[in-house]
Design a protein around this ligand. Sequence first.
Ligand code: C2O
Ligand code: CU
Length: 704
Amino acid sequence: MYLTLSRLDFILSLVLFPAWLAAALTVRRLASLPTAGRLRRGARIALVVTALASLLALARLFAFSRIAAFGWVFVGDRRMYTTLLLLLPGFLATLGWSFPHLWATARRRVTDRTAAVPAAERARFAAPRRAFPPQLAAFGSLGGFFEKFLPPNRPVWLNLLVYGAILVVGAALLARRARIRASRVSGTAGAPQRSRGRTLAVRLGTTVVVSGAIAALVATGIQSSTFPDTFSMMQGPADYGGGPSASHGGHPAGHHGMAAMPGASSVGTVSVNDLKTRGGIPDRRFTLTAQEKKIRLASGRTVDAWAFNGQIPGPELRVKQGELVAVTLVNRLSKDPVSIHWHGMDVPNGEDGVAGVTQNAVQPGASYTYRFKVGESGSRWYHSHQQGSEQISRGLFGPLVIDPAAPRSAVDQDVTVIAHDWKASPGVLRPSFGTSDVLDRRRVRPGDRVRLRLMNTSNLTRTFTLTGTPFRVTALDGTDLNEPGELNDRRLVLAAAGRMDLEFTMPATPVRLVDLQAPEAGIAFSADGKGSAEPKLDGPEFDKTSYGESAATSFGPDSKFDRNFTLVTDDWLGFYDGVFGLRQTVNGRVFPDTPMLMVREGDMVRTRFVNRGEEDHPMHLHGHHMLLLRHNGKTLTGSPVWQDTVLVRPGEEWEVAFKADNPGIWMDHCHNFVHTALGMMLHLSYEGVTTPYRIGGTAGNLPE
Ligand code: C2O
Ligand code: CU
């Protein structure tokens, strides 16, 4: 609903300007019509055009009010200024002054159509209060036309100043023109008469100035958005979330300065290199070798993949809670450096695998070993965090499944299902489960307990359905839900990078799992391995905010928080790293100007995610689990839900909380890596932690 309204609002913002321009021109024309017949006809046309433009303006106001019902935050920015401040005055003035006069003229009885219009009457049409309002509305609706170019989330005083000044100056210029024209039409002495030559000169001058200004804007846009060769991750403005700032807390150097000086050793600082797992003999060792490989999907289509150990997805790493794990990454790609991030694992920061933040990307021919002790059980995954937008989509990822130290509900079949979009030749995106992009039939004995670990490694939100059996959602993002109830035919929405575990008992009849992107494919489970079931695609959506039973958590919606952050996502048309397009903003900024969320170890942190844009944003925080507190202002009532990736859909607001108990510099970003690469990336920064690594540079670190 929000999305529909937001799109409607966008379309209206585009059509309002041409509509009001037409209204202004048809009204303006009236003063120069010579005969009574033509005047009445002209007035009728102007009336219709103005009425249409007014309807569109009303529609935008209506859309505005409906969007405002989702929360003021969804309108209280650019929308508010373009709609209420810029458009509304001209619109209301038109209704008040121009409209009644048009109406009267259009309905007037004309006896002699060819009679000349008396000068006094012509003057009445040219009167500024009749001609000027639709012009002002046209000028005001230009704001909507350029809305996406305007920066989001600027301070209110600045917006009022800028938009107010634009309105005042524009109105003054238009009013002056209207007055000049009025006096010219009424032949008042003293009205400045311009020669043709002068008019031409003025027009030419204006054109030169305007195109010069645009050229200058483009040039600065390209120049100022282009990344330097290398820069520190830690250069955004610090956001202390209402907590104490570093300088007040006895760290005089401040985070900013320290980050710029790798190796700075003032008291109380620690490098990410010191936040590693040390000592101990690994219980489990794995080697993941990245290499280019052509891989065939089940349909026969091929993928030019980048694979770990020659397979896409990479091999499933299966470990047990409490084990010390060592994974050696070997890079055999021809020219691209790689890294591995352990998604959803709260590993020590130095093992987090983010190129340019916690390590340098591993160059071709080189290797690198990660070590971590496995804390919690559940479904996780691993993926490259170097040029994620390219490397993950090509295949540098795999599942990581952690068995609990003490086995809980045993299942007979434990099936990992990885939803991914493969770029297959010839130039098509194939939504697949693993490498299966057609219907995959599997044999399961009736009566068997089956666990499906759904993982979404694609960039987009996925919706699954499981038809043919009641089932339970037993875990989200690897954390068990409390007393999950039985469900039927629910649509299961899963964020990009999210995981969802389902359990069911295999019935005698077939069961079908599909991804709504490709409902003809999916997995059919049956006793004989031949059967299948028709997927049911239109069930109600699974609601995690009221599923299962509530349980005690160490903090909750009413706890006292040391830091409160608000992250509003939006979009903004302009240049990013020299390229023009739609940037994905957080609080009106794109990386590396996005805020750094500053915390201290031990802080209780609350974050509010608000999505004002029109695309899904799966917001992922590294190194921590977020407890979901409220959705659109409503407290969750079911099982506690802990996630590492929170899907924030357009028009949604999620309030989450976590304890800052894992010091480091942690990425916090949208896991649609297309968005990450367009700026939607920031980080959580513990006071006193520094990194010697930099984005770009000789290592070519590109986390996104
Ligand atoms: Cu799954 Cu920053 O990543
Ligand atoms: Cu996003």
